[in-house]
Design a protein around this ligand. Structure first.
Ligand code: UDP
Length: 236
């Protein structure tokens, strides 16, 4: 089968699907951080993220969340709905970490009095700047109604993910979601993996996510394998 490339990103490639309503998403082994400045191939990362994300999407779909996932093709590829990606990243924070800790001077690991919902503009060129709701509607990236839907969906997904991860002995610190328009609805797209979430071991606070790569903390994929194993033990 000849593959027609639609888009190549930092950690995934998207090919045309068998019909105009779908496409094929393939996970790559490339790890990047700091907007692509740090880059390395980690053999097996694509397969791990694909397995983790497919398990999580399957769980969310079972719990009524509409996603782009149609069918798993192989270890690194899935058939997905060809949604029109909304060009904002939705970030949910349960515990202070990362850019939030740095920007506001709040120690990593500090509990938050409420869940934070943040948006950033999906633009590698601009370094994904944070953007607020009136800015998003002003420049026409999404309507107020779409933003309200994405916020509600993201908070619902957070509740489901927290309920799942507590069973695995993992704290869900924060994560990033992407949504798309498909058939008049807003659906969950992209991936949910240790590349896009912060996962800390509940007992030791050991990092099991991409911060191990960002901060050179050791064997990156050891944490990813641990996350997959724990998810398999509660979901399969
Ligand atoms: N995140 C992501 N892609 C991005 C930016 C952030 O997947 O382009 C995830 C990141 O892995 C973390 C959460 O979103 O789980 C919050 O990231 P943060 O804003 O703290 O940025 P970072 O410290 O990763 O630069």
């Amino acid at each position: 089968m000849s593959e027609i490339l639609l888009y190549e990103g930092k950690s995934k490639v998207v090919y045309e699907g068998p019909d105009s309503e779908s496409c094929i998403m393939r996970y790559k082994d490339t790890a990047t951080a700091f907007n692509g400045e740090k880059k390395e191939d980690l053999s097996g990362k694509g397969k791990l993220n694909s397995s983790i994300s497919n398990l999580i999407f399957g769980y969310l779909m079972k719990n009524g969340v509409e996603t782009h996932l149609i069918k798993i093709i192989d270890d690194t590829s899935a058939l997905v709905k060809k949604a029109e990606i909304i060009m904002v990243e939705v970030i949910i924070r349960n515990v202070a970490a990362g850019s939030f800790s740095k920007k506001y001077g709040i120690a990593e690991g500090t509990a938050l009095k409420n869940t934070i919902v943040e948006f950033s503009l999906k633009s590698d060129q601009l370094g994904d700047p944070m953007i607020n709701e009136s800015q998003i509607t002003a420049i026409g990236i999404a309507s107020a109604d779409e933003l309200a839907q994405m916020t509600k969906l993201a908070l619902g997904i957070n509740d489901l993910l927290c309920a799942l991860f507590v069973k695995t002995g993992i704290k869900l610190i924060d994560f990033k979601l992407e949504f798309g328009r498909y058939g008049g609805k807003i659906i969950l797209c992209d991936e949910i993996s240790p590349d896009s979430c912060r996962f800390w071991d509940a007992d030791t606070n050991k990092k099991l996510d991409k911060d191990v790569f960002r901060r050179d903390l050791g064997d990156v994929l050891e944490g990813y394998r641990d996350v997959l194993g724990r998810l398999q033990s509660v979901l399969l």
